[in-house]
Design a protein around this ligand. Structure first.
Ligand SMILES: C[S@@+](CC[C@H](N)C(=O)[O-])C[C@H]1O[C@@H](n2cnc3c(N)ncnc32)[C@H](O)[C@@H]1O
Length: 381
């Protein structure tokens, strides 16, 4: 297969984060980005696969587009799928689990779609590789069949495990934030490495660790041991891309502070930061937010607030909101970026009306990212 062959890649992401992933891809040098719900498609060459997998911070996976066609029923689906030159991608020993997503289609069974798609690929590969059986003992080529109305999209998953698995977070506290979401919160904020950043509800440290990695220009995948496409013979450049990412790391002085009321999570956060290689950049300490004392004029808070389910939780939460309000009421130079699932938050945190609020999804929970913009620091010279 020709290495310089034009391909289309699709970076998938959580709903609401498409613009962040688009900007990340632009910064990596890609143009003509096609954004749809939960994904960004773009033109690339094979050797871009390692780069985008290693560098995208807010995307969930990178999919290689194999084909699109229309199908109204299972017969058409089988025929069209069998006509595709799968042998170009999947070798005789390749392992190819098939998953499907079906939406608003006359083809309305996920399970039947999966088994018909699998059968079509098996039939095609047995014939093309002249094989009596397919052992599926080799590298993984996970096929995803996405059907929207009568449009069928076929992709191969170049990532393997989701990109949120960076390799550093082996332990968590309660309700940890996905690494991809934590990175997105930082990328959506005004933070840059010269600005003081505090996460007063830091839990296992995810937001600060992602910020430190951004500040050091450290690829989020630098510590991750494996991606599915590292074993694909037609994808070259993994070793070079990893070496380049290792060289790109900067020594950036930063002021990052993480606090949490739970003494059990602080050592976890420290160990996660150590595994990520950013432990020297972040100071973690046990602290109740009610004791948070700020004497700097300017800074940024990015945090994933605790949330509750019981009335007693709401009472405790309310106290937390009120104390946050008291701490920051007169701190005009502070910007606050707060993620919460609690729709009452805006009422109790009376700093001002948020300058912006975004609806996002943390797992399957709908959450709000409230942004309170502080005054900008005037830097002379
Ligand atoms: C949603 S979790 C944060 C998870 C974190 N973003 C992560 O990725 O691990 C909220 C955290 O707030 C902490 N917390 C609850 N009440 C607090 C308080 N009064 N002061 C400081 N931290 C508190 C909890 O211990 C919990 O770790």
């Amino acid at each position: 297969m020709e290495i310089k062959q034009q391909i289309q890649l699709i970076a998938t992401c959580k709903f609401g984060l498409e613009a962040v992933v688009k900007r990340e891809l632009e910064e990596l040098g890609f143009t003509d980005l096609r954004v749809t719900n939960g994904s960004v498609e773009f033109d690339a060459v094979m050797s871009d696969i390692p780069t985008v997998n290693l560098w995208l911070r807010a995307a969930e996976r990178v999919l290689l587009k194999v084909a699109t066609f229309t199908a109204m029923n299972f017969d058409e689906l089988y025929d069209q799928m069998r006509a595709i030159a799968w042998e170009k991608w999947i070798p005789a020993d390749g392992y190819f689990p098939v998953n499907a997503k079906v939406h608003k289609s006359t083809i309305d069974s996920v399970r039947s779609t999966q088994s018909i798609a699998k059968k079509a690929i098996v039939d095609r590969l047995m014939e093309a590789h002249a094989a009596d059986s397919l052992p599926e003992t080799g590298a993984e080529y996970a096929v995803l069949v996405t059907i929207l109305k009568e449009e069928v999209l076929l992709t191969l998953d170049s990532s393997g495990d989701g990109l949120h698995k960076r390799g550093y977070r082996l332990e968590t506290g309660e309700a940890p934030l996905r690494e991809t979401m934590a990175a997105a919160l930082v990328l959506l904020s005004f933070w840059n490495p010269s600005r003081l950043l505090i996460d007063p509800f830091c839990g296992s440290g995810t937001i600060l660790i992602e910020a430190a990695m951004i500040g050091r220009n450290m690829a989020p995948g630098l510590n991750r041991p494996f991606y599915a496409s590292e074993e694909w013979p037609f994808v070259e450049g993994w070793r070079e891309a990893r070496a380049k990412a290792a060289e790109a790391v900067l020594d950036t002085p930063m002021q990052l502070f993480g606090y949490d009321i739970d003494p059990a999570v602080i050592p976890i956060a420290k160990r996660n930061a150590e595994r990520a290689g950013v432990d020297e950049d972040i100071t973690f300490n046990v602290k109740d937010v009610k004791e948070l004392w700020i004497d700097q004029q300017y800074g940024i808070i990015i945090s994933n607030m605790p949330y509750g389910e019981r009335v007693s939780d709401y009472k405790a939460l309310n106290k937390i909101y009120v104390s946050l309000h008291h701490t920051f009421r007169k701190k005009k130079g502070w910007s606050l970026f707060l993620l919460t699932a609690d729709t009452m938050f805006r009422l109790y945190f009376k700093r001002q009306t948020p300058n912006r609020s975004r609806k996002l999804y943390n797992g399957n929970i709908r959450v709000y990212y409230y942004q309170y913009h502080g005054e900008r620091e005037i830097v002379n010279g």
